[in-house]
Design a protein around this ligand. Structure first.
Ligand code: B12
Ligand code: SF4
Ligand code: SF4
Length: 392
């Protein structure tokens, strides 16, 4: 940096960087790293991703131009980004047990507990305050910090990679040998010219497990996800009807998807979360689809209070569960529940219910279970049970 104020000598900045990492850990971040703000190398990749239309309906991805790759345009004065990792893998994740039973709802493990946005933002704010307090004690101007968690147009993963939190896996998520990939990322944009960390070298090698195991073929090339095909997008981001071609592929996944992380060998020893807030709440743990489908809007709002799930709203919740019910083996109770809901459903939900009923009735005719015919699903379960004995 050429703009280091005279009062910031190198030893002071080095000490501050060490302290920040320590304070970060005290605040519950498993790792904290520091990077500069140069993301010029990412701009063409982001541009190409947008040009390919991979963002689908996520117009917020396109609406800020290249600001995503320019932290100092987002928050003027920024010269460094402090990236922080918070682990979310809950104990008793019960992945295989859940995916194996097509009558139970699979909810992505990042979403079973409290919404991470608020929790992490608060912790990042505390970290920012701690930094400013230290600067004030030294009679130095404050850091001008601004916290972000998934909320702003900023390329969080490339920043985390630069800050040494991990490498970009072929599924496009950040992962590391001592951390796996079950973590959220958040940042503090600051004006302090702290020393930067060294990126971790790439560790995927020849592995392509995430690419071949993705149920919808969303990882269209190594490191590139076509958002429109990703189950996370289809069940959480997409407002309208879920395209027909994807419905059978969703299985029992009603909110997000973890498959590309489940098959990843780097996740075998991934740490569990230290945050009780990220444990799966009882109302969402291994729950029968029919129970969740029976919730009226008031129950939905009550059971998802403080959870990220609430943001999709009751209508899309029913839309997603209707598909999972269509994918479940034939059952009279399922057919009855679908028919009962159909009478009062919105146009969107009614159309998905009609699809589910057709699936159910076809299965009744051919006496076949959709789940047992899904080779990919069976392979996934074998991999999880063998590779993740603790979490399976
Ligand atoms: C939009 C979005 C989505 C979209 C699109 C996903 C995508 N891959 O872009 C959807 C809804 C599908 C999604 C899904 C999920 N998401 Co999301 N998502 C985001 C968000 C808001 C922006 C991501 C983005 O900028 N995409 C645009 C593309 C262009 O960027 P990119 O994928 O990072 O691509 C870069 C690299 O792949 C690289 N690249 C491209 N080509 C090449 C080639 C080589 C050789 C190399 C090395 C690199 C490389 O360059 C690109 C540009 O920098 C971020 C938060 C944020 N603000 O960053 C969270 C975020 C990425 N999501 C996250 C999570 C947890 C998920 C899910 C696991 C949730 C779930 N269980 O359902 C899934 C995982 C799906 C997947 N495999 O990506 C976490 C990831 C944490 C981590 N450990 O990395 C983030 C960071 C949120 C957070 N704050 O923690 N997500
Ligand atoms: S989250 Fe699921 S659908 Fe999305 S890329 Fe990963 S495996 Fe594919
Ligand atoms: S599954 Fe294999 S290729 Fe995919 S991120 Fe993990 S190590 Fe990399």
């Amino acid at each position: 940096m050429t703009d280091t104020p005279a009062s910031f000598d190198a030893s002071l900045l080095n000490q501050l960087a060490r302290d920040i990492k320590l304070w970060g850990r005290e605040l519950g971040f498993a790792k904290v790293g520091i990077s500069d703000i140069d993301l010029a190398a990412e701009e063409p990749k982001l541009q190409q991703w947008l040009a390919n239309g991979y963002h689908g309906e996520m117009s917020y991805m396109a609406s800020h131009g290249m600001m995503r790759a320019r932290p100092d345009e987002l928050h003027p004065g920024t010269v460094r980004v402090i990236s922080a990792r918070m682990d979310y893998l809950p104990p008793d994740a019960g992945f295989a047990q859940n995916l194996k039973d097509p009558t139970k709802a699979y909810i992505s493990r990042y979403a079973g507990g409290r919404d991470y946005h608020k929790l992490m933002r608060n912790r990042l704010k505390q970290l920012g305050e701690r930094i400013n307090q230290a600067l004030a004690e030294l009679n130095l101007p404050d850091s001008g910090y601004r916290p972000f968690v998934d909320s702003a147009p900023i390329l969080e993963r490339p920043l985390a990679e630069k800050a040494g939190l991990g490498w970009t896996g072929k599924h496009s998520l950040i992962l590391a040998h001592d951390a796996g990939s079950w973590f959220f990322i958040g940042e503090l944009l600051i004006n302090l010219p702290l020393p930067v960390d060294v990126p971790v070298s790439e560790g995927c090698g020849n592995c392509v497990a995430c690419i071949t195991s993705c149920p919808t073929g969303a990882i269209v090339a190594p490191y590139v996800v076509d958002g429109r095909r990703c189950i996370s997008y289809l069940t959480i981001e997409l407002q309208g009807a879920i395209p027909l071609e994807f419905r059978p592929l969703l299985g029992n996944r009603i909110y997000g998807c973890d498959d590309c992380q489940l098959v990843c060998p780097v996740n075998r020893e991934a740490p569990l979360t230290a945050e009780p807030d990220f444990h799966i709440r009882a109302q969402l743990k291994q729950m029968p689809l029919l129970t969740l489908f029976s919730w009226d809007e008031a129950s939905f709002l009550q059971h998802t209070e403080g959870s990220a799930i609430r943001r999709i709203g009751h209508e899309r919740w029913l839309r997603n569960i209707a598909i999972a019910l269509g994918n479940a083996p034939y059952s009279e109770q399922i057919v009855a529940a679908l028919k009962q809901r159909q009478a009062t459903a919105s146009e969107l939900v009614a159309e998905h219910i009609a699809w589910a009923l057709t699936q159910q009735l076809q299965k009744q005719l051919i006496h076949a279970s959709a789940a047992s015919s899904d080779r990919k699903q069976q392979r996934l379960l074998r991999i999880i049970e063998k590779g993740l004995p603790r979490d399976a």
